[in-house]
Design a binder for this molecule. Structure first.
Ligand SMILES: NC(=O)c1ccc[n+]([C@@H]2O[C@H](COP(=O)([O-])OP(=O)(O)OC[C@H]3O[C@@H](n4cnc5c(N)ncnc54)[C@H](O)[C@@H]3O)[C@@H](O)[C@H]2O)c1
Length: 355
């Protein structure tokens, strides 16, 4: 199998995980033929790690797209740069694998979808949390209806952050970045686990008096899915007690015949109702996975480019995660229940291409 040539945009922050972990793990499938970062020091560090010659390193995105010989691009810059990157990718006919979120606003997300549809360009968004072994194991229990039908789902992200240790400075200066930068992972997950689109969302976002952040740090949402499953979501950047940080999120799914839990220890547990107040708890054998998290997203994306099935994180699906995310922001801004389905379909109607 010949290797796909990739242009990587953004090599600092999380880009370094691409440079040092994800891409080396798939070097039988991908060869980086171009690297862009506006920061010369970051560019040098990442370029050296990848062993790239100088003529494949660029500080300017437009120059990188113009000069690199690539089959697709990987976009790991901040969300507000996504539209610029996608416009360039379209101009050069390069399919896009972009880090989440699709965009920093609902309107920009729709514009990116409109442009990629018009150009008939493949684009997917990295929603790696769907692809982790722990979540795939939980999802299989739900898909198999091991404990019958689902009633409701609780989801918890809770991290002991201060402004000094939280990382990703840009996220803590922008209103609602906690929702579209962080919660977007979990909102996508709730679509995945419930197997349905969101119908309505309501909630609150606030910043307690003892915070060290200037933007809000705590978010609570109630989401009703189109299939009747209700989701309760907690996102707390000031968790001074029990922790459920990144990749250690807790989920509890209340079902007809018991509940299924997943906590920071990564074990999916069945709590089966046996009648007369008795319950049996069993650990679920993790599902076998060849490619976990990011690697799974990347391999599915490459398969799509090679003519395989559309991955679950393709932009046409991901726009529904965006619809939910920005409806949640509307909800916390207005303290009203927001009709997610109406927001999303109205947005999609507004960008429908003429027949
Ligand atoms: N999927 C995940 O688990 C996960 C985890 C962390 C971050 N992310 C996502 O990755 C993206 C990047 O986040 P980050 O934390 O790495 O941000 P960051 O600010 O740390 O890094 C962004 C990089 O882009 C470079 N850059 C800025 N402007 C540029 C431009 N015009 N042209 C080229 N390069 C430019 C910067 O120099 C920097 O190296 C975000 O969308 C974030 O949500 C995803």
């Amino acid at each position: 199998m010949s290797r796909m040539r990739a242009l990587l945009i953004g090599a600092g922050g999380f880009g370094s995980a691409w440079v040092n972990t994800f891409l080396p793990a798939l070097n039988d499938r991908i060869v980086v033929t171009g690297l862009v970062d506006i920061n010369p020091e970051t560019l040098k560090r990442a370029g050296d790690a990848l062993g790239l010659p100088d003529d494949q390193r660029f500080v300017d995105m437009a120059n990188g797209f113009a000069r690199a010989e690539a089959d697709f691009c990987i976009v790991v810059v901040q969300p507000f740069l996504r539209l610029e990157a996608v416009r360039l990718a379209i101009a050069h006919g390069l399919p896009v694998l972009a880090e989440k979120p699709l965009a920093e606003s609902w309107d920009t997300g729709l514009e990116i979808l409109r442009l990629t549809r018009k150009a008939d360009l493949k684009m997917a968004v990295v929603q790696n949390y769907r692809y982790t072994r722990r979540v795939r194991t939980l999802k299989r229990v739900l898909d198999d209806a091991t404990l019958g039908r689902v009633n409701f789902i609780t989801a918890r992200f809770a991290a002991d952050y201060t402004i000094e240790n939280a990382g990703g400075a840009f996220r803590h200066q922008i209103p609602y970045a906690m929702a579209y930068e962080g919660a977007v992972h979990h909102l996508d997950q709730l679509r995945n686990l419930s197997g349905a689109e969101a119908a309505t969302v309501s909630g609150y976002q606030w910043n307690p008096a003892w915070t060290t952040f200037s933007n809000d740090t705590t978010l609570m949402l109630l989401i009703r899915m189109a299939n009747g499953v209700v989701c309760q979501y907690e996102n707390n950047h000031l968790a001074r007690g029990t922790q459920n940080g990144w990749h250690e999120e807790a989920y509890r799914v209340e079902c007809e015949h018991g509940s299924v839990t997943l906590d920071g220890d990564h074990v999916v547990r069945l709590h089966e109702h046996l009648g007369k107040g008795r319950m049996r708890t069993t650990d679920v054998e993790p599902v076998p996975t060849e490619y976990d998290g990011h690697l799974g997203v990347i391999v599915d994306f490459l398969g799509w480019l090679e003519g395989g099935p559309t991955p679950p994180t393709a932009i046409e699906d991901n726009i529904w995660t965006m619809g939910l995310t920005f409806a949640a922001i509307d909800a916390v801004q207005t303290s009203m229940t927001v009709d997610v389905a109406a927001k999303t379909t109205t947005g999609l109607d507004s960008i429908a291409l003429p027949d």
